[in-house]
Design a protein around this ligand. Structure first.
Ligand SMILES: Nc1ncnc2c1ncn2[C@@H]1O[C@H](COP(=O)(O)OP(=O)(O)OP(=O)(O)O)[C@@H](O)[C@H]1O
Ligand SMILES: [Mg+2]
Length: 253
């Protein structure tokens, strides 16, 4: 293994009860890069993130972080090793204040360290930092997503797993979120992102991998995929385009 590999899936088989979702999945992600995980609905993209975050134990194969197996580790251990997960959807405590939501993000750090780190995180989010004492539910959708990312950053994670951050956000806010992820990667954080907003996500990603039925069907540099004439047919033709998902989110909000 080259020593710039941060995340490695090795022949991972994982699923829910009797359903096997990931089928001998193998891939590597380099340190300080953004890897974009693509594929149709139900392909297993979120399952990859959940497996890496310990929400699902592989039946076979192994998951390595910096060359060390983390398959089957507890979430507490994974957080301590620097893996942060920003799941799909809204994941804040809406009635608690922005500040309290941040404090909860530091629960494994202790209050003293958390309070020391909150200002460093808020530097990334000037608008959110002016609303520290508002209930989280009073922030705009984009500000809430930024707060979720901020809460993850409190851990100074070496890996950020982020699932469909753009859902429900306006293009300008999506661009802000993507810019932030790019900045974090350039500072050495490894980002593994699921995103249906394929074209904009490819522009800020380094590598793209695509799954179909839990199998790897493609891995190539994001820039190559971006100029691939088949991209429309491959990834943008499905019903679940970003516009469709944004509309669906808006309809259920
Ligand atoms: N908790 C669960 N129990 C049983 N099956 C599940 C569970 N979570 C997901 N699945 C199934 O696993 C498969 C893969 O789901 P996953 O959420 O990883 O897909 P995805 O690629 O993220 O799809 P989407 O683009 O719709 O988010 C789907 O068939 C889904 O129904
Ligand atoms: Mg998903």
């Amino acid at each position: 293994m080259s020593n710039d590999t941060c995340i490695e899936f090795k022949d991972v088989v994982a699923g829910y009860k009797d359903f096997m979702i990931l089928n001998n999945l193998s891939f590597k992600a380099k340190r300080g890069t953004i890897t974009l995980l693509l594929g149709p609905n139900g392909a297993g993209k979120s399952t990859v993130l959940k497996a890496l975050f310990g929400l699902l134990k592989p039946r076979q194969g192994d998951i390595l972080l910096d060359g060390v197996s983390v398959a089957g580790s507890t979430q507490k251990a994974l957080l301590a090793q620097g893996i942060a997960f920003v799941p799909q959807g809204r994941n804040l405590f809406g009635q608690l204040s922005v500040f309290e939501n941040l404090e909860l993000g530091g629960i494994t750090l202790g209050m003293k360290t958390t309070h020391e780190r909150i200002p460093e995180v808020l530097e990334f989010f000037p608008r959110v930092s002016q609303r520290l004492h508002s209930p989280a539910s009073a922030l705009s959708g984009g500000e809430q997503k930024q707060l979720e990312i901020g809460r993850a950053l409190l851990l100074r994670p070496k890996v950020i797993l982020i699932d469909e951050p753009s859902i429900g956000l306006s293009p300008i806010v999506v661009a802000d979120v993507f810019k932030l992820l790019r900045k974090l990667a350039d500072q050495g954080t490894t980002v593994l992102m699921v995103e249906q907003n394929v074209k904009s996500a490819l522009k800020i990603s380094d590598e793209a991998i695509a799954l179909e039925s839990g199998r790897l069907v493609l891995q190539k540099p994001a820039s190559e995929l971006l100029t691939d004439p088949n991209i429309e047919r491959l990834f943008l033709g499905g019903a679940h385009t970003s516009a469709a998902s944004a509309a669906a989110t808006a309809a259920t909000a």
